[in-house]
Design a binder for this molecule. Structure first.
Ligand SMILES: Cc1ncc(COP(=O)(O)O)c(C=O)c1O
Length: 442
């Protein structure tokens, strides 16, 4: 090992030690590691509180257990899997369950476990005060982002009596933001304004932000929905809210609502950087998106949307009269099994083991980065992230194809990324590095 690699390893061990100390000193009110037996018994209790379609006389809702010919309730496949049992029972978690007034009562048991999942995320991971946040398990990050923008558009509409003229509202985000923001702008009929980033650091370009805000002002736009990235899809970069707000403050009479897109970073950054500032402690932030189907390795359909209490009323659809409580969500009916899968994963690890798991991925990524650095490879990597974007000049097409590296854009790629997920083990990284070295010009 070279001296500089040894140095970085020492720094990383120090960083690891410090991070673990911070994590161990944090208090977790709702999140505790449970045994498999405890987790399963909570889920069975919850299912017992839900409607039992097999015996119940209830016949007013268009729902039932899953088709019995295809998904038999007595199948041996279900033995030992409370997730599959929940899937077969088929609870509908339509609506929001973090408030007693908001629920469909037939599935109260599993809905309570979903509410517990939301509390873990809002209070223990994102540091909200108790009982100040609502939320639900959405279909994914796209839905969470659209949901947030929908809420804020309607809030502006009501507060400023816009009469559905949205021409004074814009979504503000960086050019690295996920394309769900483009979808939201299109669907919700509001403008979108992208801020350029510095090419090698992915930090927002302050001069460009000023220019964009000046332009917006000239267009009569004075209401912003600012979306801040907590790890971007391509680079793992994290936006500074202050960078945005300091400049926005120079433009008098701009109103701002802030949403954080943590679809990628929500289960990662708070553990590799436990002091990171994108939390509910920052009163400027009102909502977050997270994805359990990324780093948490839950099944697809497990996004999470959390928002301060009192705001979801702006996406309440009055005509959803047939749903008990109220449905303020974009998605409508959704499987309770998704919430149960998140509950199982979170409770199986508990906060400390989860932090260690994320730190292990960060460490594996760092080893890869250290070696690439030795070969003077141009790349983008953020401390403590599990993404490395390598400049196109340093990789051959063969290597890109063999390892499935993903480009920043498919037409004219400049960067190609590696994401060190759980399956990207050390031996695969070593094989990659051997192939990488072989293709370097001598
Ligand atoms: C930062 C970010 N936001 C939003 C999304 C969209 O998430 P989903 O595919 O779950 O809708 C992604 C997906 O990669 C993402 O990385």
């Amino acid at each position: 090992m070279s001296a500089s690699m040894q140095n970085t390893s020492v720094i990383f061990v120090w960083y690891l030690f410090k991070t673990i100390c911070v994590i161990y000193n944090q208090s977790y009110s709702h999140w505790k590691r449970l045994t498999k037996k405890e987790i399963d018994s909570h889920i069975i209790d919850a299912l017992n509180q839900n409607i039992n379609y097999y015996d119940s006389l209830k016949m007013g809702i268009p729902g039932s257990h899953l088709d019995q010919r295809e998904f038999a309730a007595d199948s041996k496949v279900l033995d030992g899997s409370t997730f599959l049992k929940t899937l077969i029972n088929n609870p509908n978690h339509i609506g929001v369950h973090t408030d007693t007034d908001l629920s469909e009562p037939y599935f109260a048991g599993t809905q309570k476990l979903e509410a517990q999942v939301i509390k873990i995320i809002s209070d223990d991971i994102l540091k909200a005060q108790p009982d100040t946040v609502d939320g639900y398990v959405s279909s994914g990050g796209t839905e969470g982002n659209i949901q947030a923008i929908w809420v804020y558009r309607n809030l502006y509409n009501e507060t400023f009596k816009l009469n559905m003229d949205y021409s004074s509202i814009a979504i503000l985000c960086s050019e690295d933001a996920h394309y769900s923001m483009d979808k939201a702008a299109n669907l919700l009929n509001i403008k979108q304004c992208k801020v350029a980033v510095e090419k090698d650091t992915r930090v927002i370009n302050q001069e460009h932000l000023k220019k964009q805000l000046t332009l917006l002002k000239h267009q009569g736009i004075d209401k912003l929905i600012l979306v801040v990235n907590m790890m971007t899809t391509m680079y793992g970069s994290v936006d500074s809210l202050d960078d945005y707000m300091d400049i926005i403050a120079q433009f008098a009479s701009m109103t701002v609502k802030v949403h954080v897109d943590g679809a990628y970073g929500g289960f990662f950054l708070p553990f590799t950087h436990p002091d990171q500032p994108l939390t509910f402690e920052d009163e400027r932030i009102d909502s977050f998106t997270l994805d359990a189907h990324k780093m948490l390795q839950a099944p697809y359909g497990t996004g999470i949307f959390v928002i301060r209490k009192g705001l979801l009323k702006y996406s309440l659809t009055d005509s959803a009269q047939y749903v008990a409580g109220m449905d303020c969500t974009l998605v409508g009916s959704r499987s309770g099994a998704n919430a149960i899968s998140i509950y199982k994963i979170l409770m199986n690890y508990g906060p400390y083991d989860w932090a260690e798991r994320m730190l292990a991925l960060a460490q594996r990524t760092l080893r890869l980065k250290n070696q690439l650095e030795q070969w003077n490879v141009k790349m983008i990597h953020f401390d403590g992230s599990n993404i490395i974007a390598i400049h196109r000049d340093f990789v051959t097409t063969d290597l890109v194809l063999k390892y499935g590296l993903v480009p920043d854009n498919h037409n004219n790629p400049e960067w190609l990324k590696i994401v060190v997920m759980d399956h990207v083990k050390g031996d695969k990284i070593i094989q990659f590095l051997q192939d990488f070295k072989a293709q370097l010009p001598v």
